[in-house]
Design a protein around this ligand. Structure first.
Ligand code: PLP
Length: 435
């Protein structure tokens, strides 16, 4: 069936449920970007997910490129993961005591990620980043950190400075309620611009605890680093006795099994993780050199804890997901499919006279409706938000579920087939012809 013959979806039940949700929860959601504010219209309410697909409460079926914002890399509701989680559940959901499954997932993370010799599990990427920043400050006995405009490291106070993602979508430079004192030690540089980093080091001699970045930016759309930029960060942090941190909550196990640090061959001192390692259940983690990690309580004095951290259900989903990802060729295949998708979208856009710039790494991709190249957040803001909003709604009405913000990356999964991708390109071609 050609996309042209497809009847447009309607969303009666979603509209009704979301209207009720808005009375019950701020904006009707549990996390801001889900409310579709930046693309217009109301969100669809999901009923179920499987493989590469999601169904809403009106029984519309979507090819899903959000993948619950990254975790669903082997496909949604994978049978093996579900069976293993059910078996674990029979033994209990949470122990609040050591369990063997923690050792097993920790070993997998340590084997996979070049920088990680020891790991601490948390319940979210935000918590992982909160632990990480306390750790780098404890280790260096310095307070200032450098982050990059458009990089998101969760919603802790000290990171809500030019933080991309939901914050950019809402047009808030940072958030009310964050005390000035909480962000005073957070200094912002420009992504892919080593001179902006050097300047901060020069102005703050022997004061920088760490440089923290998304080694591929997924919270300003999709921005690849220049390899030389990562190498220069490695050098300047080493020279200045500062810690280099890759926030791989999004890129970890996704752009390569060993994350962006494997993909680009640059090893940080500390890494934060999340999303994929929970296989759809809530998990985050931070890890790094033994010498640094041994500062974390109770091995050392830096306090950080969690009632549900390392719970057996999340550990099981993570282990089962990692078992699939560690097979040879998985990430090459993810990148092949990501490339097939962006090549198709770019060709369709150009055919219909739209400016576009697109790129991918492993199972992560993105495009902007602007000429490009997009090297940093400022470049990303040149893309056309109105066009993006229309594009998003038209793709949605035809069965393609894309991230509802031009400041979010897209995610490919092992479950997406060539047929799914071809169908997506066909639909995109039709939409782009009308935009
Ligand atoms: N760091 C990065 C790079 C992220 O992309 C995210 C979430 O998208 C986070 C941290 C925060 O993770 P969570 O949403 O699990 O708290």
């Amino acid at each position: 069936m050609s996309a042209v013959e497809t009847e447009l979806y309607t969303f009666e039940k979603s509209e009704e449920i979301f209207a009720a949700a808005k009375e019950l929860m701020p904006g009707g959601v549990s996390s801001p970007v889900r409310a579709f504010k930046s693309v217009g219209g109301n969100p669809v309410v999901f009923d179920r997910v499987k493989g590469a697909y999601a169904w809403d409460v009106d029984d519309n079926k979507y090819i899903d490129y959000v993948g619950t914002w990254g975790p669903a890399i082997i496909g949604h509701a994978d049978d093996e993961v579900l069976d293993a989680v059910k078996a674990t559940m029979d033994k209990g959901c949470s122990f609040g005591a050591p369990c063997l499954l923690e050792n097993q997932l920790a070993q997998k993370v340590i084997d996979a990620v070049p920088s990680v010799e020891m790991v601490r599990f948390t319940n979210s990427g935000t918590e992982a980043c909160m632990g990480m920043i306390r750790l780098v400050r404890a280790y260096t006995q310095r307070e200032k950190v450098i982050k990059f405009e458009g990089c998101y490291h969760g919603h802790a106070d000290s990171f809500l400075v030019q933080a991309g993602s939901g914050v950019a979508t809402l047009g808030l430079p940072d958030s009310p309620g964050v005390p000035a004192s909480a962000t005073a030690a957070t200094l912002c540089a420009q992504y892919n611009d080593i001179e902006s980093v050097k300047k901060i080091f020069e102005d703050n001699k022997d004061e920088i605890a760490a440089v923290i970045l998304e080694p591929v930016v997924g919270n300003s759309g999709f921005i690849k680093p220049d390899k030389e930029f990562l190498e220069a960060l490695r050098e300047i942090t080493t020279e200045n006795g500062s810690v280099l941190v890759f926030d791989e909550v999004m890129t970890g196990f996704r752009v390569a099994y060993g994350g962006a640090q494997e993909y680009f061959g640059v090893t940080p001192d500390v890494t934060t993780m999340g999303k994929v390692i929970g296989g759809g259940l809530p998990v985050g983690a931070y890890g790094g050199k033994r010498e640094i990690m041994e500062l974390v309580a109770p091995a050392g004095p830096m306090y950080q804890a969690g009632t549900l951290s390392g719970n057996p259900l999340a550990m099981t989903a993570g282990i089962k997901t990692m078992e699939r990802l560690e097979q040879p060729g998985v990430h090459e295949e993810l990148e092949r499919k990501s490339k097939m998708l962006i090549d198709g979208i770019v060709a369709a856009a150009e055919k219909h006279g739209h400016e576009i710039s697109a790129d991918c790494a492993g199972g992560m991709f993105g495009w902007y409706f602007t000429k490009g190249p997009v090297k940093n957040f400022q470049d990303a803001t040149k893309a056309d938000p109105e066009k993006f909003g229309k594009w998003h709604r038209m793709m949605l009405e035809r069965g393609v579920y894309l991230a509802p913000s031009m400041y979010e990356a897209g995610f490919m999964s092992m479950a997406h087939t060539e047929e799914d991708i071809k169908r997506t390109i066909e639909i995109a071609d039709e939409v782009l012809s009308q935009l």
